[in-house]
Design a protein around this ligand. Structure first.
Ligand code: ARG
Length: 581
């Protein structure tokens, strides 16, 4: 759908260039929603200052050159020099009808497709996923879906932590338990948190075990086949666990998207070599380091990125540098989006800076850290269990589904549900509630995980949006019609119809922005706006009992367009929409 704001921006820019010269063709027309019209172009004020003229005169001149025939029904200069623009009803209805007839709702496929790596989830093998990973997983999946829908070539990348020193103790612990234990589903190996903690405890308390673990790391790094075989057992168990969580959360990641830290192992040495050859990596205090310009410590001393430790081992940064090099040289990506916790911000800034020094990140490749803010409990502290441990994801989802069930049963359902249907709906509502809550907050802000708020059927919540979609479907069921058959024509007879239609036209513009900035909360806020506009419409305008056949057909078409926008928007956020609720 053509976002009215974008359409008018282009028209005002054309007027600017016609009135003041081609150098103004890209000027920001400062289009804003207005109280007095649909939109307002405020560019006359800054421009007048620049030209040393009266803002009202500049506004008049813009209007004199403005060609908005067929789009705008009224243009007024008001106040100090605002240009008020009222969209024409005929344009609005024609655009909504056009969107309705298009399987992409009129959202264009991008003319400049990019290859984008979206790196998200990036959980650690043999460790429980925690709420921070949950948020990265949910937000990253939405970013990937949005970019793919816009026509970009998206590489989903799960950079799992499957390599490094902890594997020494994990493998030794596995051997102590007996390898066949891993094959039994009920064995303690499958309780990843307990498994990791037990290994850790032995490592800290038993010097013999610690020695064996260290030797095991060396064997792993050296590619000893038997050690690799044991390592693979652990990786497989973890993958199975990740996949149960992904499927439950309806996250689109599969095993094919995993490129863990181990994947880059062979590339570490050549990466380091290149940094040395280019004079970027130097020995400092026995370690090989790069010092990207502009990063200093408290005393003004330059901060290092350690590339090879004193003991000769590589680390997390080395892997990230090799990863960037691989993505640029082999995957030929145009953009990399790292959906990772905010505490790693400095790490990424420094790694990107080193990659720039090495020439791997030039102007034509964008690398960005989509910083995920901390997830807090209702007490404002990092979310923990009552006992103070990390909260297990699966338990969180279980609780959400249970609570969703309780809320659901409070609704006075017109049509009763059998147990299986109820269970499926409640599962979708619980999962949707957690996901939407995660997505509706700017991704870099901290967010309070509050069951009571996220599971309400009212307000800015997943259940409210799912319910809005289900309600529209029930209108069609009651009317004995399929939404696909409601094609209009659309006529606007009530302000609530017009407001809803206008809101629907914003879809394409919002998607474009959400993709450009990798900020799915923009889409989350938008779909809420759609549901809200629909609610007002539905309270004010009879649909099935509309005064005449023409109005009824028009309102059904608005319902159909709303339904598809909601379902498509929620689907891009990874939030399911049950048929009935
Ligand atoms: N596995 C890491 C963790 O759990 C996150 C990895 C982020 N990605 C990266 N390229 N460093 O903290």
């Amino acid at each position: 759908m053509p976002d009215p704001q974008l359409v008018l921006a282009t028209r005002v820019q054309a007027a600017l260039s016609a009135a003041f010269g081609p150098s103004y063709a890209d000027a920001d027309p400062v289009i804003r929603p207005s109280q007095f019209a649909d939109l307002q172009a405020n560019v006359a004020l800054p421009l007048a200052k620049k030209l040393g003229r009266k803002p009202r005169d500049v506004a008049d001149e813009i209007v004199a050159h403005l060609d908005v025939a067929g789009v705008v029904s009224d243009v007024q200069v008001s106040g100090p020099g605002f240009v008020n623009l009222t969209l024409s009803d005929a344009w609005i209805t024609a655009e909504v009808e056009r969107a309705l007839a298009d399987e992409r709702l009129g959202v264009p496929v991008t003319g400049r497709p990019q290859r984008v790596v979206v790196e998200y989830s990036s959980v650690n093998v043999a460790k429980e996923m925690h709420v921070g990973h949950l948020r990265s997983t949910i937000v990253g999946d939405a970013i990937a879906r949005i970019l793919a829908f816009l026509g970009h070539d998206v590489i989903r990348d799960n950079h799992v932590g499957d390599w490094g020193t902890p594997f020494g103790m994990l493998i030794e612990h596995l051997l102590d338990l007996g390898e066949d234990a891993a094959a039994r589903d009920d064995s303690s190996v499958h309780d990843l948190t307990a498994f990791y903690q037990a290994a850790r405890q032995k490592f800290d308390g038993d010097p013999g075990f610690a020695d064996r673990s260290r030797a095991r790391v060396v064997a792993l790094q050296a590619g000893d086949p038997e050690t690799l075989r044991l390592w693979r057992i652990l990786v497989e168990i973890s993958k199975r666990y990740f996949n149960t969580v992904y499927r439950r959360l309806r996250v689109s990641l599969t095993d094919d998207d995993i490129k863990g830290e181990s994947f880059y192992d062979d590339l570490l040495a050549p990466t380091v070599q290149e940094l040395e050859d280019k004079g970027i990596a130097v020995i400092s205090d026995g370690a090989l380091c790069a010092f990207p310009p502009g990063f200093t410590g408290r005393e003004g001393e330059p901060l290092p990125v350690i590339i090879r430790k004193r003991d000769g081992g590589y680390n997390y940064s080395t892997t990230d540098l090799a990863t960037i090099r691989y993505r640029v040289d082999t995957e030929h990506v145009d953009r990399m989006v790292y959906v990772v916790g905010a505490p790693q911000a400095l790490h990424f800034q420094m790694v990107f800076a080193v990659a720039r020094m090495a020439g791997w990140l030039g102007d034509e490749v964008r690398a960005e850290h989509a910083q995920i803010g901390n997830v807090l409990g209702t007490d404002g502290k990092i979310l923990r269990t009552r006992a103070g441990g990390t909260v297990k994801l699966v338990e969180l989802v279980d609780e959400a589904v249970e609570r969703a069930g309780a809320e659901f049963d409070k609704i006075d359902h017109v049509e009763p549900f059998d147990d299986a249907t109820r269970a499926a709906i409640v599962e979708a509502v619980g999962v949707g509630a957690v996901k939407y809550a995660d997505l509706s907050v700017a991704l870099d802000s901290e967010y309070i995980f509050d069951f009571d708020r996220m599971i309400k059927f009212q307000g800015k919540t997943g259940p409210y949006l799912q319910y809005a979609a289900a309600r529209i479907r029930s209108v069609f069921r009651k009317g004995g019609l399929a939404p696909e058959d409601a094609t209009g024509p659309i006529v606007l007879t009530h302000p609530a119809e017009r407001a809803l239609a206008l809101q629907l036209l914003g879809f394409g513009g919002v998607l474009e922005q959400a993709g450009e900035t990798a900020e799915p909360h923009k889409l989350a806020t938008y779909v809420y706006g759609v549901a809200d506009a629909f609610t007002t419409f539905y309270e004010n305008c009879h649909v099935l009992n509309a005064p005449d056949a023409e109005t009824r057909a028009s309102r059904l078409a608005l319902c159909a367009a709303t339904l598809r926008t909601l379902v498509t928007g929620l689907d891009l956020l990874g939030v399911p929409t049950p048929e009935r609720m």
